[in-house]
Design a protein around this ligand. Structure first.
Ligand code: PRP
Length: 206
C-alpha cells in the first residue's frame, strides 16, 4: 500500500487523471471526503503547503507538490519526477510605474514565501525586510505595506489588475512527485513502478 498526499484543487484532479490513464478506471474522492482508497493506493487530500509535511513525517509515502513549496520549506525529501502540471513561476511584483533598483541598500518585501524571498535578496546583497502575509499579497505595495512583493505568477493577471507589473523571475515551478526517504527504501519496488508509469504518462502528454 502506498499513501499519496495530493494538494486540493486542480493539481490533485490532474494527478488523479494520470492514475486513471495508468489503471484505466475512475479515481475520484466522494464529496467532502479527504481519503480515497483504490487498489493499493491511499490518497490524502491536503492543503498545498502541507504536502511536504505529510511526506516528511511519513504520514504519506509520496506526494505531489509544487517545486516552489519544496524550495520554501527546505525539507529533506526525494524529488522523483516533474509531472509537468501546475506550471507557474515565483517572481517579483512591483508598482507598474516603478523600476526595480538593485543598487538600493534595503527593500521591504511582502510575501508568503519568506525563505525564497530572503535567499533571493541575500544573493543580490540587498538587505530585505521581509513581511510575511498569507494571501492577497498584491495589495501590499499599493497600500504602502511593502516596496515590492514576491509571489506566484501564472498568467500575471492578478498583478496587472492590481496596478502591479511582473518583474524578475526568481524560479520556475511545476508539480513534482516527491517521496519520503525511509519509504523510498522500504517500498522501493512499488514507488519505482509508479514512477515509471507516471513518467510514461508525462512523456506521452508532451
Ligand atoms: C496565486 C498568487 C496570485 C495568483 C496568480 O495564488 O498568490 O494571487 O495565484 O495567478 P495569475 O498570475 O494567473 O493571476 P493561488 O491561486 O495559488 O492561491 P493561494 O493564495 O491560496 O496560494
Amino acid at each position: 500500500m502506498l499513501t499519496v498526499a495530493l494538494p486540493k484543487g486542480r493539481i490533485a484532479e490532474e494527478t488523479l487523471e494520470m492514475f486513471e490513464t495508468i489503471f484505466d478506471k475512475k479515481f475520484e474522492f466522494d464529496d467532502r471526503k479527504l481519503i480515497l482508497e483504490m487498489d493499493s493506493f491511499k490518497f490524502l487530500l491536503v492543503r498545498n503547503q502541507d504536502v511536504p509535511t505529510y511526506v516528511e513525517h511519513q504520514a504519506a509515502d509520496i506526494g505531489v507538490v509544487g517545486l516552489d513549496v519544496i524550495e520554501e520549506k527546505e525539507l529533506d525529501l526525494i524529488k522523483l519526477l516533474d509531472l509537468g502540471i501546475g506550471k507557474c513561476k515565483v517572481a517579483i511584483g512591483l508598482k507598474a510605474e516603478e523600476q526595480m533598483d538593485y543598487d538600493r541598500a534595503s527593500i521591504k518585501v511582502a510575501t508568503k514565501m519568506t525563505n525564497i524571498a530572503k535567499n533571493y535578496f541575500a544573493k543580490k546583497a540587498i538587505g530585505a525586510e521581509v513581511v510575511k502575509l498569507y494571501g492577497s499579497i498584491e495589495l501590499a505595495p499599493i497600500v504602502g505595506l511593502s516596496d515590492v512583493i514576491v509571489d506566484i505568477v501564472e498568467t500575471g493577471n492578478t498583478m496587472r489588475q492590481n496596478g502591479l507589473k511582473v518583474g524578475e523571475t526568481i524560479m520556475e515551478s511545476s508539480a513534482h512527485l516527491i517521496a519520503n526517504k525511509q519509504s523510498f527504501y522500504a517500498k522501493k519496488m512499488e514507488i519505482l513502478k509508479l514512477y515509471e508509469q507516471l513518467k510514461s504518462v508525462v512523456e506521452n502528454r508532451k
